[in-house]
Design a protein around this ligand. Sequence first.
Ligand code: 13P
Ligand code: SF4
Length: 396
Amino acid sequence: MTATPTSRAKLPLLVLGQGTDLHTERGVECPGDLPPASDPGLVERARAAKAALGDRVFVLGHHYQRDEVIEFADTTGDSFKLAKEAAARPDAPWIVFCGVHFMAESADILTSDEQTVILPDLAAGCSMADMATMDQVEDCWDDLVDAGIADRVVPVTYMNSSAAIKAFTGRHGGTICTSSNAKTALTWALDQAGDGGKVLFLPDQHLGRNTYARDLGRPLEDCVVWDPHRPMGGLTKEQLDAATMILWRGHCSVHGRFSVEAVEAARREIPDVKVIVHPECRYEVVELADEVGSTEKIIKTIAAAPAGTKWVVGTELNLVRRLGQQFPDQQISFLEKNVCYCSTMNRIDLPHLVWALESLVEGRVVNPIRVDPQVAHDAKVALDRMLALPGETHKD
Ligand code: 13P
Ligand code: SF4
């Protein structure tokens, strides 16, 4: 059947560049003069603009960013580290966030009102974050109220979510987590929920399942998947009553593609190989891996390994390629031949960075990320709970 424009509009993901979707900010125009990617002077222009701005600008770069962007980052990190780094720079009036939209929103929430967070390309969203809309989450909560269990449910929301859903989490006694502290966050939430209590984990079903079953060693059978496109999430009252983990039906379109077959092939083809993957990968894949962790943990684990170690890495390709360059004495390969870059992370390129920096030099703030104050207040409650988790430091 050929998809009509109407049916296409209902899909959670839009093909980049086709149509517009103001909710996800895809299809936005880049106002002003974006330098052409072919401009041979781009590196020099970025250097000059950064030098002119000095300490007034702080550039954060997520590990999935392109090399050409990472070169200009004052610090790099996973989403947890970057959130903390943003909060630790109260003197920089401008934070240029080279990452995706939910990360820039979190930075805006954690920085002062005098600071402005800038996302060089507003089309840098996250397909996983788009898989849970505020309306869907509110409908889900209403259903849990109707089922008589909402008062026993504590939400745990992955950083990869909109500020509005973080705010919902704050209002309902829950916490945010990232891939580097999901185990601590989930332990805290299960404790808060008490005997017979439940966790609503959103939006990444894989991180929720991996943390519960693999990291905490609890039974997979305790998990049910809430499908936001079906009445009552596609679950019966009995299933909800019996469950401890209600996993939102969301996933990462990049990490969801790493397969069991690829892990098995790597083990067949590379003797003594070590497989390291991100916890957004599917449970079956994570179960077969030697190591699992956030982007920061992946880097630190490889950095600490002896020369000659053979790695197959299941995470985004920009990071894996860079690891290969940074650790030439180790053998580093990419887990899945059919997986490509995170297309939204890749939206931030040198032309957009130069445009954002040069605009600041000219006194123009482009692409500011400003979260509504009430949403920011409630979301900060949930983010602060994460930052105050027992023993929470940046371990990974
Ligand atoms: P990290 O927090 O591990 O950097 O992960 C963020 C992300 O979006 C992974 O897909
Ligand atoms: Fe989102 Fe996946 Fe890209 Fe991470 S890799 S930003 S989860 S789409």
